[in-house]
Design a protein around this ligand. Structure first.
Ligand code: FE2
Ligand code: FE2
Length: 312
């Protein structure tokens, strides 16, 4: 794979920025990439591209600010799935990807090749492992792709939002307790407590936005087709929700890093052990929660809206 086009967006007239990038993207062959150079985060372009070209590209930051942003936009080779798509179709593969440390939630728009390259993993070996994993029997599996969008929204609220609402207060209390009791000898526990509080604040307001704004819009779309949703497109609120997911996902990664991958410290008491256990449990649930939204619910909702717009 090679990079074929470099576009310095800062020198283009504002009206020519997006059309130039779209033209360049449309004209590169599959597997090739364009690199855009900008003086601000071009994320709105990502959503415009996603809305108009679908899941046909990967988006990788080569430089992520604060002064310069450079993004490689690679056109997918047809038939090559993104890791979000792979995970969305098979939960066993999703779990194996997680074990390998491959983020298929917030980083689900990349191909397996790109994710393996970033992690220094042998892609052929990972592919073989995924195939092997998918053959293994597992308990009761839910086919989330067969759910209607309304049912999937309700499922997410009832299972995952309820889990967050029940467990985050417990996690905050527990992390506060261990920070107060052991913060002197293990200062990183104070850091964990601070991040758990941040996570609670972030997720509480995020879930409210999903329950009160986005999910009702998705249900309306599914039940009534094109309706007045108060936005130009459903892509707009989805963009906001995915940004929130990035923030929550980053916080969870930071907690894992501070906790040294949840290796129990030698001097840890039972409360610290319990905290680590609950954090791992919470991370697993959050991963599944964001996966269902980023890789299944949101792409299907955007696809449905596109379909309605084409018909009208
Ligand atoms: Fe959610
Ligand atoms: Fe969410």
């Amino acid at each position: 794979m090679s990079t074929s086009v470099f576009i310095d967006v800062t020198v283009l007239h504002p009206t020519r920025k997006h059309p130039t990038i779209f033209d360049a993207f449309d004209n590169i062959p599959e597997g090739e990439a364009i690199v855009i150079h900008n003086d601000h985060d071009p994320k709105p372009l990502y959503y415009q591209l996603l809305g108009e070209r679908g899941n046909s590209f990967s988006w990788v930051y080569l430089n992520n600010g604060p002064e310069i942003w450079e993004v490689e936009i690679r056109k997918n080779i047809k038939g090559v799935e993104t890791i979000g798509e792979i995970a969305g179709k098979d939960m066993k593969k999703a779990m194996r990807l997680k074990e390998l440390g491959i983020d298929f939630c917030c980083g689900g728009k990349r191909t397996l090749e790109e994710a393996c390259l970033e992690k220094g993993l042998d892609v052929m070996r990972v592919k073989a492992e995924l195939e092997e994993t998918s053959k293994q029997p597992q308990g009761i599996e839910l086919d989330f792709n067969s759910f209607t969008l309304s049912f999937l929204s309700d499922y997410i609220v009832n299972v995952h939002h309820t889990f967050v609402n029940q467990n985050l207060p417990v996690l905050e209390d527990l992390s506060k307790k261990v920070a107060e009791h052991h913060g002197n000898s293990m200062p990183f526990l104070i850091n964990i407590y601070t991040k758990v509080r941040e996570l609670r604040c972030e997720l509480t307001s995020h879930m409210k936005k999903e329950e009160q704004i986005l999910f009702p819009i998705i249900k309306q779309l599914e039940n009534g087709g094109a309706v007045n949703i108060g936005f130009d497109s459903i892509v707009d609120p989805i963009y906001v929700m995915e940004k929130d997911h990035d923030i929550a996902g980053d916080l969870m990664k930071e907690i894992r890093m501070v906790a040294k991958d949840y290796a129990i410290p030698v001097s840890a008491c039972n409360s610290v052990k319990m905290l680590y256990h609950k954090l791992i449990e919470f991370e697993n649930d959050l991963f599944q929660h964001i996966h269902l939204e980023n890789n299944i619910l949101f792409p299907r909702a955007m696809k449905l809206e596109k379909l309605f717009k084409e018909v009208l």
